[in-house]
Ligand binder design. Structure first.
Ligand code: FAD
Length: 323
């Protein structure tokens, strides 16, 4: 396993700040030559800009025996019309997935559909999507964001899941509060995704990447399974994945691995061949720049892949890597 050096950690934090710089983002997006080059790197992780790109990739993967989640990338939307547009896009996605016969999941950030304007806006959009999803045989899944939003996200989730029990929620092992949230906030037979957590959080409320975090991750997954929930084990950590595969936890009903599109397709392919249920998390949309920065910040060696993609003439075709 590649342990991040202090320098890589510093680089990762810098990149996370750069990802949020609107001026840099605007410069890249409005400069067609630069945008085209950076987009080649993003193609490693993002299926494309349009909904149809996500659907086409989902169809290819479901035909190979993978389950899928689809995300229209976006977060922290502060204008009402942009929240409405994100809601419309998700409603369109649910409809098209259903029409294409994809019995998959739609994942999203509540801050994309109104949380920044108020919990009631996010809840209203979520309930409308949940009703449509229920009728269409699609599962809705809420992603987890920075700890400053956790209480609001869980509050919206609790209100919505009381009416639509199939709504899923993501919990982050890195936060000290998560064990309690897992015990207290989920209804019986809930749908839960356990991740380590992608955000830089204060020391007082979280633990950094470490053996202690890996142990906590395993313990949370085990507790979720023992509580009778359906669990998505969402990690890219091969060592953890192999430990969990040896424990045969995916033999329990509703327990599966879930990995991000374009990352370690070799592991996903191997897990599928070994008979483990495995889901691939696909993304699409205009916000590919933010998503690319996150993937590099999360694992700085990805910068080499990004640079290779930018200078390669053939481009990248991650779908071909899934057996
Ligand atoms: P880490 O300890 O970060 O890494 C362990 C090893 O995994 C690394 O040494 C490397 O070998 C490999 N690895 C990790 N990241 C990469 C990468 N980008 N490229 C290549 N190899 C890598 N986070 C949230 O905060 N909220 C969410 O809602 C959320 N949803 C997610 C949904 C899915 C399906 C997945 C897989 C992740 C999600 N995440 C989410 C991100 C998650 O929290 C972690 O940031 C991410 O999975 C990296 O952590 P890790 O468990 O892989 O282990």
């Amino acid at each position: 396993m590649h342990q991040l050096t202090e320098l890589e950690n510093e680089f990762a934090n810098t990149l996370k700040s750069i990802a949020r710089r609107q001026d840099i983002k605007a410069y890249i997006e409005h400069n067609p030559a630069i945008s085209a080059v950076v987009r080649r790197a993003a193609a490693q992780y993002v299926t494309g800009v349009k909904r149809q790109d996500g659907i086409a990739a989902a169809l290819r993967l479901t035909a190979k025996g993978y389950a899928v989640s689809l995300e229209f990338i976006g977060e922290n939307t502060t204008k009402a019309e942009e929240c409405e547009a994100a809601y419309d896009e998700l409603a369109g996605l649910i409809m098209e997935m259903s029409q294409a016969g994809i019995a998959g999941r739609v994942s999203f950030d509540l801050s994309h559909i109104g949380l920044m304007l108020g919990t009631e806006v996010a809840l209203e959009h979520l309930l409308k999507l949940a009703e449509q999803a229920e009728q269409s045989g699609i599962e809705l899944f809420i992603s987890m964001e920075e700890s400053a939003k956790t209480d609001r996200i869980l509050s919206v989730y609790e209100q919505a899941v009381a009416r639509f029990p199939a709504i899923g929620i993501t919990l982050q092992a890195q936060l000290h509060r998560t064990e309690e949230d897992l015990a207290a906030k989920l209804p019986p037979n809930a749908l839960v995704r356990i991740v380590k957590g992608a955000y830089q959080e204060p020391k007082e409320i979280s633990i950094p990447r470490s053996k202690a975090l890996d142990d906590r991750y395993l313990s949370l997954v085990e507790q979720a399974i023992l509580q009778g929930h359906r669990v998505s084990i969402a990690t890219l950590d091969e060592r953890l994945i192999d430990t969990i595969a040896d424990l045969k936890w995916t033999e329990k009903p509703g327990v599966e691995f879930e990995m991000l599109y374009g990352i370690r397709a070799d592991i996903s392919s191997r897990l599928k061949e070994e008979g483990h249920p495995i889901r691939i998390y696909l993304t699409y949309g205009d916000e590919w720049y933010l998503y690319l920065c996150h993937r590099i910040a999360e694992y700085p060696p990805n910068l080499y892949t990004a640079v290779t993609a930018m200078i390669s003439e053939e481009g990248i075709a991650p779908l071909l890597l899934y057996r």
